[in-house]
Design a protein around this ligand. Structure first.
Ligand SMILES: NC(=O)c1ccc[n+]([C@@H]2O[C@H](COP(=O)([O-])OP(=O)(O)OC[C@H]3O[C@@H](n4cnc5c(N)ncnc54)[C@H](OP(=O)(O)O)[C@@H]3O)[C@@H](O)[C@H]2O)c1
Length: 359
């Protein structure tokens, strides 16, 4: 039987790494990674090759004929490119249509949020989805809730700093808003099922592990760590003011991570913390299928078990390849919620490349 040829875009990233691992568990897939030439020698790419992933080199900004050629024979395209590069998927989708790709999975992998003025990132993604639909290209949109890896606060002892990207020590509103959360490592396992499933063609899917409130998360981490965590409540008014200020500051292009990170953070807090968008119920209302209905046999990684590994010091940190210099850290506007951990939060884009220290 011939294998399903999948092309993964963004395989060196956090989401892409999870998806590569999820697909590699199923021999049905022949996995190809589309890599921009400048990244072809990265250790992460070499490691993927050693695990059986085939590399196709091409820049997403290459002429369409090159993109069509690089997509030849591919059944499914999965894109998980970084937040700042969403529009680079537009020529890729056009080329996929010409190359006869049977399913295009654009870079969603976000929390649940409505379109139109709540989250800039959600709206950027919608432009891509709309383009796909205008092409009449078969698609599946997969959102995942908030990663476990971004969901919990810092401990004052500092012993979970190794795994964090930000202090995360704010409780939005009263802290009782339910949030759908998912272990980053499970995303690839969900994707491997979803892309072979006819029920998910031309549909949106919410793949999530569990639902927690911030108060429950803080309680659980206090219980596991036996440390008290200070609860810094931020009001709706403060979140709204941050959203307004960061939107005003980030109106200029090209993408500038120094300006956009505060906007991401504020708009996330607005959406999942104040509005309560990131729930399975709201996802259903918006028309999503649910992983719980589609795959009742799926056993996700347990949140408590994950937090236990974090406290033990054995969890894998995220964005650990993106340390930026102290001088650049000082350029970042500090808020009550930020500390030096945030140096790993910058998206890796051409415009942010100069920020990173070589490691
Ligand atoms: N739900 C959540 O809690 C959550 C959290 C974080 C992110 N996300 C979502 O996940 C998506 C992926 O984010 P991530 O943090 O996993 O990404 P990431 O780690 O920043 O990785 C981005 C990947 O995209 C590649 N890439 C970027 N621009 C490209 C281009 N023009 N051509 C080819 N490849 C390009 C990078 O390749 P190189 O190696 O060449 O740089 C890298 O492999 C984001 O859009 C965001 O919506 C969700």
């Amino acid at each position: 039987m011939s294998r399903t040829k999948v092309l993964l875009v963004g395989a060196t990233g956090e989401t892409g790494g999870s998806i590569a691992s999820g697909l590699l568990k199923n021999p049905t897939f022949e996995i190809h990674a589309l890599v921009r030439p400048r990244s072809a020698l990265k250790p992460a790419i070499v490691a993927l090759q050693e695990r059986g992933v085939q590399i196709r080199k091409c820049d997403l900004k290459a002429p369409e004929e090159e993109l069509v050629e690089v997509l030849s024979g591919i059944d499914i395209v999965i894109s998980c490119i970084g937040s700042a590069d969403q529009q680079d998927q537009i020529p890729l989708a056009s080329a996929a249509k010409k190359a006869g790709v049977k399913r295009f999975v654009p870079c969603a992998f976000l929390t649940v949020a409505p379109v139109g003025g709540i989250m800039w990132l959600r709206d950027e993604k919608e432009l891509v989805y709309n383009h796909i639909k205008q092409l009449h290209l078969p698609y599946t949109i997969i959102d995942v809730g908030l990663w476990y890896q971004l969901s919990y606060p810092r401990l004052e002892s500092g012993r979970v700093d190794y795994a964090l990207t930000a202090a995360n020590n704010e409780i939005v509103g009263d802290g009782n808003t339910p949030i759908a959360i998912t272990d980053l490592r499970d995303i690839g396992c969900y994707v491997a099922r979803i892309i072979l499933d006819d029920r998910t063609l031309n549909k949106m899917v919410l793949a999530y592990n569990t639902v927690m409130t911030q108060n429950q998360i803080f309680d659980l981490l206090e219980e596991i760590s036996e440390e008290t965590i200070t609860r810094n409540h931020v009001t709706e008014e403060l979140v709204q003011n941050r959203v307004l200020a960061s939107r005003q500051a980030s109106e200029t292009y090209p993408f500038d991570p120094i300006k956009f990170i505060p906007r991401y953070l504020a708009e996330y807090q607005l959406s999942w913390g104040i509005r309560g968008d990131n729930t399975p119920e709201y996802a259903k209302y918006l028309g999503y299928l649910s992983s719980k209905d589609l795959y009742p046999d799926f056993t996700p990684i347990d949140y408590r078990e994950y937090l236990e590994t974090v406290v033990k010091g054995t969890a894998k940190g995220i964005y650990t390849d993106r340390t930026i210099s102290k001088a650049h850290q000082r350029m970042f506007p500090r808020t009550e919620s930020t500390d030096s951990l945030q140096s790993r939060m910058f998206p890796r884009t051409e415009s942010s490349d100069s920020l990173y220290m070589t490691r």
